[in-house]
Design a protein around this ligand. Structure first.
Ligand code: FES
Length: 110
């Protein structure tokens, strides 16, 4: 069975699915981009590890439900929408992903 966030063709395998535990974050690199994988409430999110505010690493932040809190200035981003809670026009970058052959695959923006 294959689960996808969206249909597309050129994904890169980044991590064994079993290595991403519930409520955990895992930093991987896809080409030159730092991608943070998050599993929360049995959902997977793949986001750019760099905060859109001043570029701090989300990997040092915390999860509050389906919100990731940046460690530098505590901006809160909704993982589903990518939106900053106080100003929804500011969004983190989300990546498409899928699971195939037991691995998580991520597709970067082209
Ligand atoms: S760098 Fe993330 S909130 Fe400022």
């Amino acid at each position: 069975m294959e689960r996808k966030s969206e249909k597309t063709s050129s994904f890169v395998p980044v991590l064994e699915e079993k290595d991403l535990k519930e409520c955990a974050m895992k930093l991987v690199r896809v080409e030159d981009s730092p991608v943070l994988l998050i599993k929360k409430s049995d959902k997977i999110f793949a986001i750019d590890n760099r905060c859109p505010h001043m570029g701090c690493c989300f990997s040092g932040g915390t999860l509050d439900g389906l919100v990731i809190v940046c460690p530098c200035h505590e901006w809160r981003f909704n993982l589903r929408t990518g939106e900053y809670e106080d100003e929804p026009s500011i969004k983190l970058t989300k990546y498409e992903w899928k699971i195939k052959a037991g691995k998580i695959w991520v597709k970067l923006e082209e």
